[in-house]
Design a protein. Structure first.
Length: 341
């Protein structure tokens, strides 16, 4: 029996050492110490032995039980630690590997130029106003001295909404009247109104949606010289110190007199090149003295005050500033284009 216990011990400890997982260890435990386990059987059979033998054998068998329990626990912890180590090795991250570079967003060239335009006019005492993109016929045309049937409407035929009372604004000029109505009779009025406008056009230099900045100044004694100085100052700051402007007589129903304003070509400096088609000049905006009817519609007395207004195309200014030839590039949003500014 002594002999047997030594053999049993050897066998049991071998099984414990060979177990690789907690499940296998549990199997070993059940096989030896479970209700029908081998050691449990030995302990139970002690009852049949004669008393002196039972005592010494009982001692040894219980020692073996404790030893086995201790070994099972020790091995269980060993197996668990081993699992941990394997998991760590599997999930190891090399923190010294270079990361995946994040591509940062970029402000659109039109936005950059718009911000520059706003900064220039703010520094001259203008405030920035906004108007709705879906306008009424009234503000987009009628109050700007363009009654129904006026030929100037054909030049800006647009996108009408529902019954024709609403439309996508063709110009930022309606903000002139909206702003005056919100201010009258306060003076002075000095505002610019940037925003999107819509026209039925689509080619390399026209897009059905584009951006304008409207300008309006109303005060006592405003004259054409103020208009000219303001626009010259703007052109110089926007397109470079040496830029000059020229005014050509033109027609807008809401200004009188009206002018189209050109700046010296920023590509050739005025000598004449392909961009300016050999003229040395590039058109940048339309302007004029606010028509008395428009002042009146805005709530001001044209006998007492006068004003000037202008409207410039943001795409045009941006194309001139950066020498961009195709306006459609602005709206294709190719990062190779946008990222250059
Ligand atoms: N609204 C005109 C256009 O879109 C530009 C303009 C604005 C002209 C203000 C004169 C005064 O063509």
């Amino acid at each position: 029996m002594d002999e047997d216990l030594t053999l049993l011990e050897k066998e049991a400890l071998q099984e414990v050492a060979a177990a690789e997982t907690e499940e296998e260890l549990e199997d070993v435990r059940v096989r030896w110490l479970g209700r029908k386990g081998r050691l449990t059987g030995v302990l139970r059979s002690l009852a049949e032995l004669p008393a002196p033998l039972r005592k010494s054998m009982g001692q040894k068998a219980n020692d073996l039980k404790r030893l086995l329990e201790g070994e099972l626990e020790r091995r269980r912890q060993e197996v668990r630690r081993q699992r941990e180590r394997e998991k760590m090795a599997r999930e190891r991250v090399d923190v010294t590997l270079p990361g995946v570079p994040l591509r940062l967003g970029h402000r659109h060239p039109l936005l950059l130029v718009l911000e520059e335009i706003e900064a220039i006019f703010r520094s001259m005492g203008f405030e920035v106003a906004h108007g709705p993109e879906v306008e009424t016929d009234l503000y987009n045309f009628a109050l700007l001295n363009i009654p129904e049937g006026h030929p100037a409407r054909d030049m800006q035929d647009t996108f009408y909404v529902e019954d024709g009372r609403w439309l996508l604004r063709t110009q930022t000029s309606p903000v002139q009247v909206r702003f005056m109505q919100s201010r009258a009779p306060q003076l002075p009025v000095r505002m610019i109104a940037p925003g999107r406008v819509y026209r039925r056009d689509d080619d390399a230099t026209h897009s059905p949606m584009f951006h304008q900045v409207e300008g309006l100044v109303v005060d006592e004694g405003i004259h054409f010289g103020h208009l000219r100085w303001t626009l010259e100052e703007f052109a110089r700051r926007m397109l470079g110190e040496k830029t000059k402007i020229r005014l050509r007589p033109s027609y807008f129903p809401f200004t009188e007199p009206s002018a189209e304003v050109d700046a010296t070509c920023s590509v050739c400096g005025g000598k004449g090149c392909a961009t300016c088609k050999g003229t040395g000049w590039l058109e940048i905006l339309g302007a004029g003295m606010v028509h008395p009817v428009v002042l009146q519609n805005g709530g001001y007395d044209p006998e007492k005050v006068s004003g000037f207004a202008f409207g410039l195309g943001v795409e045009r200014i941006t194309m001139i500033k950066y020498g961009i030839e195709d306006l459609r590039l602005f709206f294709q949003n190719d990062p190779r284009f946008v990222g250059q500014f």
